[in-house]
Design a protein around this ligand. Structure first.
Ligand code: DC
Length: 225
């Protein structure tokens, strides 16, 4: 049986994971956050004392790494690194940077491709990432490119850090957003870019609730075609 697939790509901080998760719940589809998979590889490199930007060293780690995804009783996606639950650890700041670096290595992307495609063969999925509509699931029924201006994304991230009681400097957060965008869009393999048949949803001027309404409208319309 063929399963339905919805691909949601875009830069970090556009609201992808929050909206994709809600969409999956609403539709009764499986949600796969593919950034979490790259984060798990990035974390593994850090824990093994390997520079995430050192291609040969990272590739040498892959045979000793098993990345798995599971769903807790809460329905949330958990990530496992060689069986250890690293769901929380992969959200640390230095892991974002490590994930971005390992994700630029072609061998890492090739290694993770099949596990992402398998999820789409086994269930109806909402998958979010950078190259889902272009590389992982080019046949997806619905493709969304969810984005927002860097300043809006940095502001959301900054507010989130403050709300968590963490120290933050808006200018630094904005620089990080711009650096990560640059790396994600300029890498040679599977760079972040809008698929030709993807629908652009720009959330710069929208609240989270407005973004959700817009996304849901677009998806419902596409699924009914
Ligand atoms: O979405 P995120 O911030 O958790 O992703 C972490 C890193 O992984 C990000 O720098 C880009 C990379 N990534 C990717 O290259 N391809 C994907 N499909 C998902 C994430």
């Amino acid at each position: 049986m063929n399963h339905a697939a919805i691909a949601i790509d875009g830069p970090s901080g556009a609201g992808k994971s929050t909206l994709a998760k809600r969409l999956a719940k609403e539709l009764g589809f499986l949600y796969l956050d593919t950034g979490a998979i790259y984060r798990t590889v990035g974390l593994h490199a850090l824990r093994q004392g390997v520079d995430p930007g050192d291609e040969a060293a990272v590739l040498a780690l892959l045979p000793g790494l098993t990345v798995t995804t599971g769903y807790g009783p809460d329905g949330l996606q958990h990530m496992y690194r060689n069986g250890e639950d690293v769901t929380e650890a992969i959200r640390e700041h230095q892991v974002s940077d490590a994930a971005s670096k390992v994700s630029a290595i072609p061998g890492v992307r090739a290694y993770l491709l099949e596990m992402q495609r398998r999820a789409a063969r086994e269930s109806d999925v909402v998958m979010d990432g950078r190259d889902i509509g272009t590389v992982v699931l080019p046949q997806a029924q619905v493709k969304i490119f969810l984005t927002a201006q860097p300043e809006a994304r940095a502001r959301r991230r900054y507010d989130e850090l403050l709300a968590r009681g963490q120290q933050a400097d808006y200018e630094q957060v904005l620089r990080d957003v711009i650096d990560r965008d640059w790396r994600d869009t300029h890498r040679e393999v599977a760079p972040l870019k809008q698929a030709e048949d993807a629908i652009l949803v720009d959330t710069t001027q929208l609240s989270l609730e407005e973004s959700w309404q817009r996304l849901y409208e677009v998806v419902k319309e596409r699924l009914s075609q």
